[in-house]
Design a protein around this ligand. Structure first.
Ligand code: ZN
Length: 242
């Protein structure tokens, strides 16, 4: 099985289209979305429609749930708050229904998927250090947990002896007995200094996970953000990947 796993599209249709196009060369069997389909950019309804058709399962991100009043906007910074209120005004009824029904956690025989962490997934905490990773590893019942939320691709590995290491490698070989938390990065708003959209492929036969990057027309996304009345800085940051 080859999974195409992606996260944090954030209403960026140009980045989503580029990633979908890139995935066509990857013989993907099943697509999974790790949340935050909406928020920040100007095409929430279009991105929901595409992902609803493409992905077998999507889990909820904090922006998804905040946009349909299932998570408090109090937890967001002023720019994100503005984007959420703009998104609320620009969703259609079908999109609202889709976001409302997103689960917090998904698990199958190959993997687990959660936007933030497995401990209190509805709090949307960030996977930022080994201590937080430890909490998720304790609850993890599969070999790999895919996460998003920080918009920075990286991997936490818990080896058989319990030691947790952390890395930024983009090609990960899955070893029997080890457990993995893999942050797939962000399609629509990368924050690791690389403005290219991030997407992940997990091959269960090959026992490998790859995180790839693809260039997209970020200038168009930026222009749409500004033209639609969203904060201009949400457009500018895309050009720098921060
Ligand atoms: Zn996000």
């Amino acid at each position: 099985m080859r999974y195409g796993i992606f996260s944090d599209v954030h209403s960026n249709l140009e980045a989503l289209d580029a990633v979908v196009e890139a995935y066509k060369k990857e013989r993907v069997d099943k697509y999974l979305c790790v949340g935050d389909i909406v928020g920040y950019a100007a095409n929430p309804a279009e991105c929901i429609k595409k992902i609803e058709m493409l992905a077998k399962v999507s889990v909820a991100g904090n922006h998804d749930w905040a946009s349909v009043n299932l998570f408090s906007p109090d937890y967001f910074n002023p720019l994100a708050k503005k984007a959420i209120s703009w998104t609320k005004d620009n969703l259609d009824a079908k999109g609202i229904r889709f976001l409302e029904t997103l689960p917090l956690v998904y698990k199958n025989e190959d993997l687990t998927m959660v936007h933030g962490t497995l401990e209190e997934p509805g709090d949307f905490n960030y996977m930022t250090d080994s201590y937080i990773a430890f909490g998720t590893f304790e609850l993890l019942e599969t070999a790999i947990c895919f996460v998003g939320h920080t918009h920075v691709p990286e991997v936490f590995i818990k080896s058989g002896d319990g030691a947790i290491s952390r890395g930024r490698e983009s090609h990960i070989s899955i070893k029997r007995g080890d457990k993995y938390i893999i942050n797939v990065g962000s399609v629509g708003q990368p924050r690791d200094g690389n403005p290219k959209a991030a997407y992940c492929i997990y091959d269960t036969e090959d026992k490998s996970v790859q995180i790839k990057r693809i260039e997209y027309d970020a200038q168009s996304t930026r222009n749409k953000i500004i033209d639609s009345g969203l904060p201009a800085s949400l457009g500018e940051r895309l050009l720098e990947g921060r």
